[in-house]
Design a protein around this ligand. Structure first.
Ligand code: PLP
Length: 366
């Protein structure tokens, strides 16, 4: 197995070594505050009895699993608390591939780069379905690419990197296709709280024994460093996923799960709305600057990324490095996300220095 270092790390390392000040628009770390209840719970935790410093249940703290199950309208037994959406996706894809109902994983192009990496690591092969220019996934294109070899159809909505949010009809049809070919629909919904369009539709609304929903608190509570996520499995698939989770991790972090559970109970909708509002403003500021710089760009319906295409400046690693040195702005090369957006660069809108970054791009390209 040849493990490639994700391009993400290469770009970050280059930016750190640069001889000038660089604004990071690479990583997807929210720069806003987590909910107040999360900090309070963490403080409290330090003074709890030492038995709370020992292993939690492998599948996750009961109160957290109950909280997730109640919010998502599923049975608590279907929920596995994971080390972020990253592990949730790994468990879901592993579960799909080990059913021996095919060895191919259907992915979109552009794609979140960790999906093809996980597919190879799990011994599967990839088949890519290009999305439309607007980032939407045509169920008919998915159907045409699906075969008896398809083990999983992995989608992400709201989408990184395109910003597309798939409508209910798309999710319903994807569920039908998965059932027809006895494949598993894996729906990564880690950006669900950053739906700016009001059109988001969870795969949980698709009533099927062939879908697994993955999610995390990394983005929604601005805590990518806590590593708390979850996967919701159909009843028939959950037991083996719990075993794999236990064999790989023993369990997840107990203080992190405790704090998340408290935050989940004590945080009202205004927390999420405030962050969405901030993102909306940033989308406006950044896309206005791209307009001034003469770029083509996407206006995201969700998640926190904008893709831009500058004339004669394809989204290669070399050009990303050129932009770091020349403009002091670090983005992600489009070629990191498959072949469909090789001409593009992706910028994450999670920096307080967004306006400065926008000005730098206008000065460089304008
Ligand atoms: C689409 C997608 N899925 C999963 C993840 C990883 O989430 P976590 O940090 O919860 O593992 C990310 C992180 O950027 C992501 O963009």
């Amino acid at each position: 197995m040849n493990y490639e270092t994700p391009l993400f790390f290469q770009v970050m390392q280059y930016a750190v070594r640069a001889e000038r000040d660089v604004i990071d628009m690479v990583s997807g770390n929210p720069d806003w505050e987590p909910p107040a209840a999360l900090r309070e719970a963490l403080h409290e935790y330090a003074d709890l009895e030492s038995d709370r410093f020992q292993y939690p249940p492998s599948e996750g703290l009961r109160e957290l699993r109950e909280g997730i199950a109640a919010r998502r309208g599923v049975d608590e037994g279907q929920v596995v608390v994971t080390n972020g959406a990253g592990e949730a996706n790994y468990l879901a894809m592993a579960r799909a591939l080990e059913r021996e109902s095919g060895s191919e994983v259907l992915l979109t192009d552009p794609v979140y780069p960790y999906y093809p990496g996980k597919t190879s690591m799990l011994g599967g092969s990839q088949r890519f379905v290009p999305v439309g220019e607007d980032g939407q996934l045509e169920p008919e294109a998915v159907r045409a690419a699906t075969s008896e070899e398809t083990a999983a159809i992995v989608v992400n909505t709201p989408n990184n990197p395109t910003g597309a949010v798939y409508p209910a009809e798309t999710m319903r049809e994807l569920g039908e296709i998965a059932e027809a070919y006895d494949a598993i629909l894996v729906s990564d919904e880690v950006y669900d709280h950053y739906d700016l369009s009001g059109e988001f539709s969870s795969a949980l609304e698709v009533d099927s024994g062939n879908r697994i929903v993955t999610n995390a608190f990394s983005k929604s509570l601005a805590i990518t460093g806590f590593r708390v996520g979850y996967a919701i499995f159909p009843e028939e698939l959950v037991a083996d996923a719990k075993s794999r989770h236990m064999l790989v991790n023993v369990a997840g972090s107990r203080p992190a799960q405790y704090a998340v559970s408290r935050a989940l109970h004590e945080t009202g909708p205004e927390y999420y709305e405030t962050n969405r509002e901030l993102l909306r403003e940033r989308v406006d500021t950044f896309t206005a600057a791209l307009e001034d710089a003469g770029a083509e760009y996407t206006r995201p319906d969700g998640a926190f990324y904008v893709m831009a295409r500058f004339e004669d400046f394809p989204g290669t690693l070399e050009n990303t490095e050129r932009l770091i040195d020349g403009a002091g702005v670090a983005g992600m090369p489009g070629e990191a996300f498959g072949s469909a957006r090789e001409e593009w660069l992706r910028f994450a809108l999670v920096t307080p220095r967004l306006e400065e970054a926008a000005d730098r791009l206008v000065a460089y390209f304008g």
